[in-house]
Design a binder for this molecule. Structure first.
Ligand SMILES: Nc1nc(=O)c2c([nH]1)NC[C@@H]1CN(c3ccc(C(=O)N[C@@H](CCC(=O)O)C(=O)O)cc3)C=[N+]21
Length: 297
């Protein structure tokens, strides 16, 4: 087994948590206990897992967290009202509305309602605009986590061709921005491909760094990857299995067949996922500090 190829998220996340603890200490000394409020609407099983991980991580670090679990039938008006209340509450520094929302709720309206100063996801259009302008308020968690992984494992991005599969607002689009930017120091050449791309493998085979983020289980096969490429798998898909959980997690990459070709590859689970949460904690401290005019960076 070519273990050194595995780009695990945990050591990188632990490195981030080291910094998070230092920054948290400064805030606590000034009497600020950073608080993240997570709103979960409905009972999507995967969302429940992620949300409980966020809460546990806050507890472990000594940050304050609150999860508001609302029934799936919650109306849009009720949700907007709750967000308004949290916007006005000075003891809540970060607000995260777990996506996806039930289909009767307009996601865009909800994200617009969150006070952009409390937006730890970088999903509010003001913050997306600032990111695209190269003057980010906070960085989007998953893409920022991936950039941290590339740095930690000393994977050069400057002048390299990064190909991103997927154009979502959560991963694909912000990832493209971070990787091409001067501000992030990534300075890559970026191509974004998606479900309507013709001859998609022709593009992916050119990638020095391939980011798979389109949510299709094991979509990226060995013949779509260049020898020596670095493969970042953002997918988390549940596949039925004969175990006690009834499923296993698989990424958007066919791991076993891509591994021999890749110079480095992130596993699922244990790759990008843990980084998303680490960056969320980082962002929560950033917004708490800014709201209290405290310098922690
Ligand atoms: N407003 C909002 N912000 C988000 O950041 C957000 C969201 N909505 N909706 C869903 C996605 C997904 N996401 C993950 C977080 C942690 C893991 C994670 O910890 N994964 C572990 C294992 C997960 C498991 O055991 O199921 C791993 O990959 O090793 C995965 C995925 C945050 N998201």
């Amino acid at each position: 087994m070519q273990k050194d190829k595995l780009l695990k998220g945990k050591p990188v996340a632990d490195h981030i948590y080291g910094q998070v603890s230092e920054r948290l200490k400064i805030l606590k000394e000034k009497g600020i206990l950073p608080r993240l409020t997570v709103i979960l609407v409905g009972d999507d099983p995967a969302s429940k897992v992620y949300v409980s991980r966020k809460e546990k991580t806050c507890q472990k670090l000594g940050m304050d967290s609150e999860t508001l679990h609302l029934p799936a039938a919650t109306s849009q008006a009720e949700l907007l009202q709750l967000i308004e209340k949290l916007n006005a509450d000075r003891s809540t520094h970060g607000i995260l509305v777990q996506l996806p929302l039930p289909s009767h709720i307009d996601e865009h309206r909800v994200l617009l309602k969150i006070d952009p100063d409390k937006d730890v996801d970088c999903f509010h259009p003001r913050n997306v605009g600032l990111l695209v302008s190269g003057k980010p308020y906070v960085l989007p968690c998953t893409p920022a986590g991936i950039v941290e992984m590339l740095k930690y494992y000393q994977i050069q991005t400057e002048g390299k061709h990064a190909v991103i599969i997927g154009r979502s607002n959560i991963v694909g689009k912000p990832m493209a921005n971070l990787l091409m930017q001067k501000a992030s120091a990534a300075n890559a050449t970026v191509t974004v491909v998606h479900s309507r791309t013709k001859n998609l493998p022709e593009f992916t085979r050119q990638a020095d760094i391939l980011v798979a983020a389109m949510g299709r289980p094991e979509f990226v096969k060995a013949d779509m990857v260049k020898e020596g490429a670095v493969v970042i798998d953002v997918g988390i898909n549940r596949k039925d299995a004969d175990n006690e959980k009834g499923y296993v997690l698989v990424g958007d990459v066919a791991f076993d067949e891509v591994l021999p070709k890749a110079a480095g590859i992130t596993p699922v689970p244990g790759g990008v996922g843990p980084m998303t949460i680490a960056m969320l904690m980082h962002n929560t401290l950033t917004v708490a500090a800014r709201q209290n005019q405290i310098a922690i960076d």
